[in-house]
Ligand binder design. Structure first.
Ligand code: UDP
Ligand code: MG
Length: 324
């Protein structure tokens, strides 16, 4: 989805600030490695650095470690949420708090290599507003995860009016203008990849091999991933709702044709009482279709209810390092 080289004056990184936004849920084991890699990869880039760490209700030492970091390192800012709100909400909290001219959401487990940010930055200087990482090599994921993820992107892009480039995550560099656009979106359901695609701007992709998790373990089971996928789909397409009109029309036409056929057969061949099996099949099939349609309605209505309540996306218990 790389758009053609943008027109206009190239930008300069000089005097600019880059914000890293790292959502963290039980990441204490990998924190030292994370900060070491960030220092190594980014200290020579010629931009000022801000590291916004969002503790998403960790139950390990994450917050305590972050407190020490923030006390020792003026670049580190910490937002502690009141409980585990989920990655999308944690990311929103970080984006809301980041002050840099460019913002890079980054996983805390070093699956998003900080070294790639140098390339992101170079493309930003050429005038791209969004430079995203493309996972060209996902061998670190299990075969099942790769297959289901691939299937999700295919289905999503088939149904959604705003395609997301396959195998992208939240790891990307965004210009301040893009961040403001994303922040201004009022919806509660934050399917970030979808929102990032929806806002548009000039976008470019950079391929990278996604390494395995450095330490700790993934917080995403398959149930959570399924819910994430349904969240994403319902937020960006209403086709599952609308398709029932078509299904209904086709079923009705079939029913009319079948009815006419039956009448003709009775007229020609006389009455035919047996038919229990076919009757049951049609009945059960029709019944199942209706239940599916109702279920789809439920998915959307539930989400509308969620939006209408208008609860905040996240609650902050503690903010560290913002007043210096
Ligand atoms: N994460 C979070 N809240 C959650 C789950 C995950 O902030 O409820 C963070 C996690 O700490 C990590 C990032 O989101 O920095 C990606 O999570 P993870 O590595 O578990 O996902 P995977 O890479 O397996 O998709
Ligand atoms: Mg990970």
């Amino acid at each position: 989805m790389t758009s053609p080289p943008p027109a206009g004056a190239p930008r300069s990184r000089r005097g600019r600030t880059l914000s890293l936004v790292a959502p963290m849920h039980n990441e204490a084991a990998g924190l030292d490695a994370l900060f070491a890699r960030i220092d190594m990869a980014l200290s020579g880039l010629g931009v000022a650095l801000e590291i916004v760490c969002v503790d998403d209700g960790s139950r390990d030492e994450t917050l305590a470690r972050l407190r020490d970091r923030a006390a020792a390192d003026p670049r580190v800012k910490v937002i502690a949420l009141t409980r585990n709100f989920g990655k999308e909400a944690a990311l929103s909290a970080g984006l809301d708090a980041a002050t840099g001219d460019m913002v890079v959401p980054i996983d805390a487990d070093l699956q998003d290599p900080p070294e790639l940010i140098a390339e992101f930055l170079a493309l930003w200087e050429q005038g791209y507003d969004v430079v995203y990482g493309v996972r060209s090599d996902r061998t670190s994921d299990t075969a099942l995860k790769r297959t289901t993820a691939g299937l999700f992107y295919r289905v999503f892009n088939l149904l959604s009016d705003y395609p997301i480039p396959a195998s992208t995550g939240d790891f990307r560099l965004m210009d301040r203008a893009v961040v403001e656009a994303v922040k201004a979106l009022p919806e509660r359901n934050r399917f970030m990849k979808g929102l990032f695609a929806w806002v548009g701007f000039r976008q470019a992709g950079v391929p990278y091999a996604r390494p395995p998790r450095e330490a700790g373990e993934t917080s995403w089971g398959y149930v959570k991933l399924w819910r994430f996928a349904v969240d994403g789909l319902t937020a960006f397409t209403t086709l599952p709702l609308r398709v029932w009109t078509g299904v209904g029309v086709v079923t009705a036409l079939l029913a009319v044709a079948g009815g006419v056929g039956l009448i003709v057969r009775v007229l020609v061949a006389g009455r035919d009482v047996p038919g229990y099996a076919s009757l049951m099949v049609v009945l059960l099939f029709g019944f199942a279709l209706q239940l599916i349609a109702l279920g789809v309605l439920g998915e959307y209505i539930g989400r509308m209810y969620h939006e209408v309540k208008g609860r905040p996306l996240y609650l902050v218990r503690e903010r560290l390092g913002f007043d210096r």
